[in-house]
Design a protein around this ligand. Sequence first.
Ligand SMILES: *Cc1c(COP(=O)(O)O)cnc(C)c1O
Length: 377
Amino acid sequence: MSVKVKLNRNPIQVYSDKFMKPVYFTPGPSELFYTVPDHLKKGLREHIFSINHRSSRFREIVAETKSNLTELFQLPDGYRMAFVSSASEVWERIVLNLVEENAGFIVNGYFSERFANIAEQWGRNTERYDVNHGTCADIDKIQFSDGVEVIGITHNETSTGATHPLDEIYKLRDKYPDSLIAVDIVSSAPVYDIDFDKIDTAYFSVQKGFGLPAGLGVWIYNQRCLDKTLEMEKRGVMTGSYHKLSRLTEQIDHDQTASTPNMMGIYLLGKVAGDMLEKGIDMIRRESRYKAALTYEAFEKNPHMDTFVKEQNYRSQTTMVASLEKSKEWIAQLEGKGIIVGNGYGLYKELQIRIANFPTHSKEQFERLSDELLKLD
Ligand SMILES: *Cc1c(COP(=O)(O)O)cnc(C)c1O
């Protein structure tokens, strides 16, 4: 007798094959990293989510997560990371802690725009460099004022599937040596190999490439960021309270957090980063290129769809976006086969599908997805 089917009140979970496990190709929240269930069980068994967050046991967990992420990202000396609630929180923290007056933002989609809006809402002078959705900025053409304290750029625009080539992002440092370069790596980490020496701060949420339950943001920053905020504080500028950068730093330097943190998230993140190291980040990157290529090939081969991002060089490996005729119908059709893809973002809601290609997704899952994409007509 199958009790499971009886309890299924969510129509999304009724598949043509009712024993089929759905795969979430949605760009966040997404499919959980495949080791998460085991780590969760172990965490429960060991009471990790009940222990005191100031205990030495929990500090060891924080230290392990820091260490595994430092290795995974190959963070240079002098870069730190703080644990906050989300990437959205980091947008606001960057504005409060690192921008006294002027900031510049490269806007090529909804997420990059939101960062600029937050700076505006806090009354900062905001310079925007806008390019069309589905494209990226040519850094040589940007003309921010010399006094911009922070330049915000989104590596992978999850709303459009456009990725700034890293060499373009690195040009910002040469062009604006006095500005802090802030890079949104929410939906590209840890798949792309970023040279952190060429940027000052980056941030991500865990429900995208790391395949964890949402509710944890990681803010990576260097000494330049810390110096800047300390200098502002010295002059009496209000940079925030419990989560201001100086306080986050004091705490994290002792493997502590400023408030009772998302202990489950920090624990799972350290474990999953460890699993990724064990698998090998190079292998993850190779597989990612293969899975992306399969998907773009399907977009091109199916006469009813098209890749939204025209320029090859800007096409994302981690969120592939297709323009198509019948997005709603096709999303439902795929869902019936246990393939959950994302709809379009904002204006494109019913005109596109978005497919996440994160480290948890296997080559076999992508081969199946690609077959099903080719069948849509
Ligand atoms: C999802 C996303 C965010 C926001 O993440 P939250 O966890 O919702 O704060 C920011 N930037 C990009 C590029 C994203 O994909």
